[in-house]
Design a protein around this ligand. Structure first.
Ligand code: UD1
Ligand code: UDP
Length: 366
């Protein structure tokens, strides 16, 4: 038996690791242990509950409005203790959060092989997204296994000198999770007008805090003012830099519903019901195209160019007028809308976790 430690810290990591954890739990050679750093608390617990994942260890790291330096330092110290006690044969983590970067570093110090799920995403701009681009580069260069979601992610890794034999193109595990939940016919848990087109919004990126995020809110308000036939649903990220501004600028509008973060199943239902999505989220950029929903990304860069190239996701930046104009175009121009609502899924076929586990099974057998 090989002990494999799967680490999750935030909501998207849990969604994207859930299929991998489920697949590993079915492997006779593997003892799958789950470590929750709980960099997120409530939003992580929502996902763990949905996928029936009970962490073996919980570091309960989250503090209100946590700063990156203290978060990083506390994670490293706690992870050091865990690796010392657990002595796993390998460790897996997903993505680009502070949890993932510190897990990769702690594994390096303990010389434990680390598998990076969703490897190779890059914008090429160190401060955009911040701090995720740096987190990915650090985690990537310390990893033994790189599970790249797409061929272009693999190319990024090869350009940085990662050996061919260490990279496997697997698809993104988010599509595994999405298809699993979508098949369960999820229900939306928020009351919304049934006679209006739903515009679903999420936003939380650190590089957008302050003025860019205020411009996003101005755009949302303008769209709601101008279009009597739409309703905006915005589950607000609990980061106070987002939550306080969103409620101050958008609260009380008749055509805007602000709510707490939705559980994943109702959020999938909201994506299915949406006419279009406005977001700066990574995961939503991957999921919504698979559901045939146009996505306007309120960022100037994306590390997920495949759906942009396919024409089903468009970068609109954080300029209010640009966000309003591009959204209005999709609301008014049926041809432009249909061109983006094509159900393209460049990020996976729902079998990414199987491919990841296959690589680990081969390693375990050798
Ligand atoms: C983090 C990740 C980001 C990822 C995002 C997914 C880092 C630096 N950032 O951003 O890459 O895209 O998660 O959502 O790793 N909070 C709560 N309850 C929760 C979760 C967060 O109250 O369940 C609040 C807390 O005040 C917390 C703050 O949000 O201190 C920030 O959390 P943090 O994980 O540091 O950053 P995010 O902005 O959530
Ligand atoms: N999501 C959710 N509830 C919400 C908003 C988003 O379950 O209210 C899901 C979404 O479907 C996606 C993931 O959370 O799978 C994205 O997480 P987030 O936007 O927080 O992080 P990112 O993907 O940008 O790292």
């Amino acid at each position: 038996m090989k002990k494999i430690l799967c680490v999750v810290g935030t909501r998207p990591e849990a969604i994207k690791m859930a299929p991998v954890i489920a697949a590993l739990q079915n492997e006779a050679w593997a003892e799958c242990r789950v470590l929750a750093t709980a960099q997120h608390r409530h939003m992580l617990d929502q996902v763990l509950q949905l996928f029936a994942i009970e962490p073996d260890i919980d570091l309960d790291i989250m503090r209100p409005n946590q700063a990156l330096t203290t978060l990083t330092a506390r994670l490293l110290l706690d992870l050091d203790d865990v690796l010392q006690a657990e002595k796993p044969a390998a460790v897996l983590a997903q993505g680009d959060t502070t949890t993932v970067m510190t897990v990769a570093l702690a594994c390096f110090y303990h010389q434990i092989p680390f598998g990076h799920v969703e490897a190779g995403l890059r914008t090429g701009q160190l401060f955009n997204p911040f701090p995720e681009e740096a987190n990915r580069i650090i985690a990537g260069h310390l990893a033994r296994w790189h599970f790249a979601p797409t061929a272009s992610a693999k190319s990024n890794l090869r350009r940085e000198g990662i050996p061919e034999g260490h990279i496997t193109v697997t698809g993104n595990t988010v599509i595994d999770a999405l298809l699993q939940i979508a098949a369960q016919n999820p229900k939306l848990t928020v009351e919304l007008p049934t006679d209006k087109r739903l515009v679903l919004v999420t936003a939380h990126r650190r590089e957008n805090f302050g003025e860019p995020f205020r411009r996003v809110c101005t755009a949302l308000r303008t769209l709601a003012d101008r279009n009597a036939d739409i309703h905006i649903l915005y589950p607000v990220h609990p980061n106070p830099n987002v939550k306080d501004v969103a409620h101050a600028m958008l609260g009380g509008h008749a055509r805007i519903t602000l709510c707490e973060p939705l559980d994943y199943a109702p959020f999938v239902a909201a994506m299915q019901r949406a006419y279009l999505l406005l977001t700066d989220s990574g995961g939503v950029q991957e999921e919504a195209p698979a559901l045939g929903k146009p996505v306007l990304v309120m960022r100037t860069e994306t590390e997920r160019p495949e759906a942009v190239t396919a024409g089903v996701v468009k970068l609109v930046g954080t300029d209010s007028e640009c966000i309003v104009a591009e959204t209005q175009r999709l609301l008014d121009d049926q041809t432009a809308y249909c061109a983006m609502a094509r159900g393209v899924s460049p990020y996976g076929d729902g079998h990414a976790a199987e491919r990841i586990v296959h690589v680990l099974r081969t390693w375990a057998a050798g």
